[in-house]
Design a protein around this ligand. Structure first.
Ligand code: SF4
Length: 387
């Protein structure tokens, strides 16, 4: 600890501009806003509204909900009515046009630059973003440009060395920010997420250096199960928040739905520790040992057994904890295949099977009750090959 725990201090803050998001304002030195995301099926209005309400009670300033289809959009409109105190952010996955229906009902639209090419492939991305900006203006809401390591715009990836994963993310975020500004829209925040906290630190540090005026939303994506997922996130947040970088945060954890509030508690604890000088320098992310990453789950999870599987993978692989091997466990077949590419061994979950990968190579699909044995075989082979 760098000072007595009782001494509360103001964290340094970059001079970012103000971005109102419903009843909260981020940037400009405002309190760091804490976010979470629903993992229930969006179309299940009762379950999702209940989870939104739970997260608000836990202290969430902003709650994100994924929308893929018109049915999801209709559900969000009903959820917004049932939990009016929530500042809702919709996560536009591939169907960016849903923004038009939803903007008047929510506080923020999040789009991923890497997902814009999926629909209307011949339409330039700038036109699609212009549409989103028009929706946000008409609906009086903010925007988040959410760049993610596992789904960077393929056109950007092609411009850089395959080993350099930070530059394409950074370039994409800066380019989209510049375009929004050209459209005379500044009510936006940016996020650059990766599952590796060191890359999160580097990408956000470089972005903040180039654009200290734009508020950043921080997060380590697919951080995994607690407590490791919290440790990884803490590593990144401590380095960034202590340098004045970050106006909103999310701790992404693989936890069952009733425990989603733990994301909020973890984020608040990290911020509080930092404000009291409890910088936990002894907690470091050990890159020389086994690294299990798993996604925080969302409405796309098709088999609830995913969280249990992630826990079983963690327990089963303990025997290999001194080996520098990364195993990724992802909850769906939409983002799972891409998000597992950089892991030594990857699993992504479909409704009735789990797909196993070695790096980018596919090794086949297996029933849930067989996958652990197959993973064990691959892990043993990898350890033997490296020895
Ligand atoms: S990998 Fe799939 S289930 Fe997991 S958070 Fe991403 S989209 Fe949701």
């Amino acid at each position: 600890m760098s000072e007595t725990p009782e001494t509360k201090r103001e964290l340094p803050r970059n001079p970012t501009r103000l971005v109102p998001i419903g009843s909260v304002t981020v940037g400009g030195g405002h309190r760091i806003a804490v976010q979470s995301m629903c993992a229930t099926k969006t179309k299940d209005v009762d379950a999702t509204a209940a989870q939104v309400a739970d997260l608000v009670r836990a202290g969430a300033d902003i709650v994100r909900i994924a929308v893929d289809a018109k049915g999801d959009a209709e559900a969000v409109i009903e959820i917004a009515k049932r939990v009016p105190e929530a500042n809702l952010c919709i996560d536009l996955q591939e169907n960016y046009r849903l923004a038009e229906i939803l903007a008047p009902h929510v506080a923020k639209l999040r789009y991923n630059p890497g997902h814009l090419h999926h629909h209307e492939r011949d339409k330039p991305w700038r036109e699609k973003v212009r549409f989103l900006v028009e929706c946000a203006r008409a609906g009086d809401c903010a925007i988040r440009i959410g760049v993610n390591c596992g789904s960077v715009d393929p056109a950007k990836l092609a411009e850089y060395d395959k080993e350099d994963s930070i530059s394409p993310m950074l370039d994409s975020a800066l380019e989209h920010a510049a375009w929004l500004e050209e459209l005379d829209f500044t009510r936006f925040v940016v996020s650059l997420k990766d599952s590796d906290p060191e890359k999160v630190i580097e990408a956000n540090r470089q972005f903040a250096e180039a654009r200290p005026d734009i508020p950043l939303h921080l997060g380590v994506t697919e951080a995994g199960l607690p407590p490791d997922g919290i440790v990884k996130t803490r590593v990144a947040f401590e380095q960034l928040l202590s340098r004045g970088i970050g106006d909103t945060v999310r701790v992404s954890l693989t936890v069952p739905n009733p425990r989603k509030g733990e994301e909020i508690a973890a984020a608040k604890e990290i911020i509080d520790d930092l404000e009291h000088g409890r910088t936990r320098s002894v907690v470091h992310y050990d890159r020389s040992g086994l690294n299990i990453i798993s996604c925080p789950s969302c409405s796309r999870v098709e088999n609830e057994a995913f969280v249990e599987l992630a826990e079983q993978v963690r327990d089963m692989t303990q025997y290999a904890k001194t080996h520098a091997i990364t195993i990724a466990v992802m909850g769906c077949r939409v983002n799972g295949p891409g998000e597992t590419d950089d892991a030594d061994l990857g699993l992504w979950c479909a409704p009735s099977f789990v797909h196993l990968k070695r790096g980018e190579e596919s090794l086949g699909s297996y029933p849930y009750d067989e996958i652990l044995g197959k993973l064990r075989g691959e892990l043993d082979a990898l350890i033997a090959a490296r020895a």
